[in-house]
Design a protein around this ligand. Sequence first.
Ligand code: ATP
Length: 250
Amino acid sequence: MPVKISTRNIVKNYGAVEALRGVSVDVHEGEIHAICGDNGAGKSTFIKILAGVEQPDQGEITINGEARRFDSPQASLQAGIATIHQDLAVAADMSIYQNIFMGAELTRRVLGLPLLDKARMRKDALGYMGQLNPSITDMNAKVTDLSGGQRQAVAICRALRWNADIVILDEPTAALGVRETEQVLGLVRSLKAAGKTVILISHAMQDVAAVADRISILRTGENQIDLEGGELTADNLSHYILSGEVNRIH
Ligand SMILES: Nc1ncnc2c1ncn2[C@@H]1O[C@H](COP(=O)(O)OP(=O)(O)OP(=O)(O)O)[C@@H](O)[C@H]1O
């Protein structure tokens, strides 16, 4: 598959702290690409740059081979990147469909006036959810009544609604139990099945090994190693992260 999104030598300093010292990652179209590394390795900073939350001091981002720069989260979204942050940004007291369409509500005209098209939003929301978790059928259910895994599904539906073709998930299984984690890994696989390119940030080696097609491990703001295929085992990941051993570098 061709490279969908690529970074070259991304550098980011916070004052004297060198958070990223030249990170280069190639994410291929339709793959699940995990970004791993110990605390402070630079994962969050890297994702914030792709999400348009932070701007790099140096380096290049390309999408489909075209150089891009994201001055805001909206710019990243417009370029087809939806980032699902750990807080999910869901409104607990609102319904599933209201969350999926938040900020981009569908309307219809009645006697020349725009009215919310709730029926259409519910129907479309059900369609998005059907691609991810068909067992969730009541689009009027309040998010507060959903489990952690189900909330994650709502946040991911919003990414589908935005038509993003690159979906970034930041620690989606953090704080989830075993069953919920399995559900969320299922969601990640469904995104891939829907043709999305997925970037997954995770500390959970087992989870990463279970779903990723390729993994880039960062260490103190630099690429440490990329793993793929048979190298993708939780043991291998832990080994590289704990030992700091450097192997194939870009
Ligand atoms: N806003 C900031 N101001 C100053 N230093 C920062 C800021 N954000 C991150 N850093 C520093 O940059 C480095 C990389 O941090 P980052 O949060 O990107 O790592 P991480 O791999 O996501 O770590 P964790 O797994 O603990 O979240 C760390 O040394 C961190 O202390």
